[in-house]
Design a protein around this ligand. Structure first.
Ligand code: NAP
Length: 224
């Protein structure tokens, strides 16, 4: 699989550690994408700021290769879906490419049924991140509360260089259940993006348009 790697920063750089270097063509701000160079690759993986990604959409479309994007921080243009379908292209977008987090998603959804058995209970979510993360609670902690479909007490701390540590606890008067996800390395995002790239290449021509990593994995996990 020949990858056009767009962005080799903290996250994109991890693709270089997980995929053979000779099968990667690198693009960054010094070496911008061109249709000619992209079309020599099987798939593009982008970990660049959202506004930068939006600027290169026309070049990506013209290259005709499938795209996996993890770029965040800007809405994708509304016409993108139509453009992809018209050009018979399939792209995958993911806001969090951790494969483990998709399993956690399924488990937290099970917790939605707690009120079927308990009347007296409380959910707590605690997250820990490195000291450079200024926002809190994390977007992931807020997503967990959303997946739970009811409110939880959310707390957070900033310490050391913790990549991401999230724990949800269900407290009942006589029992306690905890589920914890620890991100040990930013490779989790690169691993998920590579998984999505392989998925794209083995499912080309099935359905065109913009697909979401979260929807694809959800379908695969619930079909089991
Ligand atoms: N979806 C997910 O799972 C996930 C996970 C982590 C991060 N992200 C997102 O991924 C993006 C990158 O995050 P990061 O932490 O890796 O940031 P980063 O370390 O700042 O890296 C950004 C990269 O973008 C490149 N870039 C900037 N302008 C470019 C251009 N015009 N053409 C090609 N490349 C360009 C930079 O190249 P230069 O060094 O040459 O400037 C750099 O390699 C962010 O939007 C972040 O939120 C998503």
């Amino acid at each position: 699989m020949k990858i056009a790697l767009i962005g080799k920063g903290k996250t994109g750089g991890k693709i270089l550690e997980l995929h053979p270097k000779e099968d990667i063509v690198l693009f960054d701000s010094e070496n911008p994408v061109t249709v000619e160079k992209l079309s020599q690759c099987d798939v593009a993986i982008a970990f660049i700021p959202g506004p930068v990604f939006n600027n290169i959409i026309p070049i990506l479309v013209d290259s005709k290769i499938p795209v996996v994007t993890g770029a965040t921080g800007a809405e994708l243009p509304g016409h993108l879906e139509t453009t992809l379908v018209e050009n018979k292209l399939t792209w995958i977008q993911g806001s969090n490419f951790s494969l483990g987090m998709r399993i956690v998603h399924q488990m937290i959804k099970k917790l939605q049924h707690t009120s079927t058995l308990f009347s007296d209970y409380q959910f707590k979510i605690h997250e820990i991140h490195h000291t450079k993360k200024i926002d809190g609670p994390s977007g992931t902690a807020l997503s967990w509360e959303q997946w739970l479909a009811e409110s939880a007490e959310i707390t957070f701390e900033r310490t050391g260089d913790v990549v991401g540590d999230h724990q949800i606890t269900l407290n009942t008067p006589f029992e306690k259940i905890s589920l914890r996800h620890e991100a040990l390395d930013r490779k989790i995002f690169a691993q998920g993006a590579l998984w999505a790239a392989k998925y794209l290449l083995s499912n080309l021509n099935t359905e065109y348009g913009l697909k979401y990593f979260e929807d694809i994995t959800e379908q695969l996990l619930t079909d089991k």
